[in-house]
Ligand binder design. Structure first.
Ligand code: PGA
Length: 259
């Protein structure tokens, strides 16, 4: 039985508010203790509202990113940071350009390094995270196929940051924004499952009926590499924040908190 706390919210907005509040309060606590906050950040549709809410807090002067260090989960490969489909572009547009974060404290896997450098680069990314004392709070979405980061089905629980081949489903899901499947990258650099599980606290979020199946696997399924999200069951401090549609296949509502 996993110890994952499941919180079901009326909708994406209220769930995102819960996560944004938790992040704000951790940053404030660390600020008062003169500590940096080390965040693990995600891209995709799931965290967009959380980022909007954090930006609002920065704009009203309630929140500062001056003491925040962040590590992103993944990036397509190959891709340049200026590409509109890159996760560099996404993070700058949705979050970093609207905050006072120190650009030297923002780490996103680089999608434009030489292929011969990738292994070395991935090991250095792991060391960099460790050098900051590890990730304190990791934000995580879930792929329709159960991936976390770009740890596709078949990924090992022991995996670290590495270059991986994207699943066909993942590529099809991304194809529209790349202008077709043939333009969609076949690879990505991603933190590994182990990297993610090393975070002290994980907020995993899922909105909408198309996430009901991986959510069900996460809460009720056996731990298996076929559904990398199930590896979260081995972590002691995961909160799953979902809306009603994403909760629709869960059979035992006594296990969750309805907000
Ligand atoms: P999404 O993707 O947030 O765009 O739904 C999540 C994921 O694939 O990890």
């Amino acid at each position: 039985m996993s110890s994952i706390t499941v919180r079901v919210f009326e909708d994406k907005l209220s769930g995102s508010q819960y996560i944004a509040d938790a992040l704000r309060s951790r940053i404030h606590t660390n600020d008062s203790d003169s500590k940096r906050t080390v965040l693990g950040l995600a891209t995709g549709g799931s965290p967009k509202k959380v980022y909007d809410l954090l930006v609002e807090s920065v704009e009203t002067g309630e929140l500062s990113f001056q003491n925040v260090t962040s590590f992103n989960l993944d990036e397509y490969y190959p891709i340049g940071p200026e590409s509109r489909n890159s996760y560099h572009y996404y993070m700058n547009q949705r979050l970093f350009n609207h905050t006072d974060v120190d650009p030297g404290q923002v780490f996103i896997p680089e999608g434009d390094i030489e292929v011969s450098e990738v292994d070395h680069y991935c090991k250095a990314y792991e060391r960099k995270i460790a050098g900051y004392g590890g990730i304190e709070i990791q934000l995580l979405g879930i792929g329709g196929n159960g991936h976390i980061g770009f740890n596709e089905p078949g990924s090992s629980i022991e995996s670290e940051t590495r270059l991986i081949h994207l699943d066909e489903k993942t590529r099809r899901d991304a194809a529209d924004s790349f202008g077709g499947i043939h333009q969609t990258p076949e690879k990505a650099i991603t933190m590994g499952v182990k990297t993610i599980l090393n975070a002290k606290k994980i907020y995993c979020m899922a909105w909408g009926a198309h996430k009901a199946r991986p959510v069900q696997q996460l809460i009720e399924g056996e731990i298996t590499a076929e559904w990398p999200v199930t590896f979260l069951q081995t972590h002691a401090n995961v909160e799953l924040i979902i809306d009603r549609a994403a909760a629709s296949l869960l059979t035992d509502s006594s296990n969750f908190i309805v907000n």
